[in-house]
Design a protein around this ligand. Structure first.
Ligand SMILES: [Zn+2]
Length: 244
């Protein structure tokens, strides 16, 4: 039933620009020419060190200090575009997450995937892992938006496979806001993810979510994967939006 509703929503999705709402001309997809020329790309996939990677690595280091973990190499991290809550470009991820616009999500995931495939930092990614939703939430929405993006990226990277089975969400984190302390919130999030040891260990994992805000969720996923996979696997991060 949910699948049917989703397909109907996709078929009925109007031929208008997802950012400004203007009617699309034949040949235009999801964006009008004006909005396409103005998309605030980060181009972070070309730079090993960038503000998003710095934020993500700072989070990983905090966890290592707190848990007495071992040395962690600098992780690569990149996003397709700069996400500002009050910018119409925030629709690039909102349309996928809240309005069932899966075709739109796939389109921008493919755009990010092509950029990653052209980058020496990401071209050797062999496993693409979406941040999982708890099954109850996935069931209600009918899909996981991070998985839609991960699919698009995996098909653009020549040696990569989509590996959603490597990571599971074992706890809902909806009550996050009710937890008062930062440490309490962190512990709650850390306990939410469990990694599964694969028969064949990947060499370079790309963790995928729709938006990078504080990096807390991706940091928790990173810790879960690292704990199971050991130190030799590179774990990088890619999202559509980077919140500034
Ligand atoms: Zn437009």
């Amino acid at each position: 039933m949910l699948t049917l509703l989703r397909q109907a929503a996709e078929l009925l999705s109007p031929r208008e620009c997802v950012v400004c709402g203007a009617a699309l001309l034949p040949g235009e997809k999801h964006l009008c020419a004006h909005c396409a020329s103005d998309i605030p790309l980060t181009r972070y996939e070309r730079r090993a060190q960038n503000p998003m990677a710095d934020a993500f690595n700072a989070r990983i280091q905090e966890h290592i200090v707190a848990t007495g973990g071992t040395y962690e190499p600098y992780s690569y991290a990149c996003a397709l575009f700069f996400y500002k809550a009050d910018s119409p470009y925030s629709q690039l991820t909102k349309a996928l997450k809240y309005r069932y616009n899966l075709a739109e999500g796939r389109f921008f995931a493919a755009m990010l995937g092509e950029r990653l495939a052209a980058s020496p930092l990401y071209v050797d990614v062999d496993a693409v892992v979406p941040v999982p939703l708890h099954w109850t939430r996935r069931w209600r929405r009918g899909y996981n938006q991070a998985e839609i993006i991960a699919e698009g990226i995996a098909s653009a990277l020549p040696g990569a496979r989509l590996r959603p089975e490597l990571l599971r969400r074992v706890r809902r984190t909806r009550s996050q806001a009710r937890l008062t302390g930062a440490a309490e919130r962190e512990a709650n999030l850390r306990a939410a993810f469990r990694a599964i040891a694969p028969a064949q260990r990947p060499g370079h994992i790309l963790l995928v979510d729709d938006v990078f805000t504080t990096g807390a969720t991706l940091g928790a996923c990173h810790a879960a994967l690292r704990a199971v996979l050991g130190p030799s696997v590179r774990i990088s991060v890619a999202t559509l939006g980077f919140v500034i």
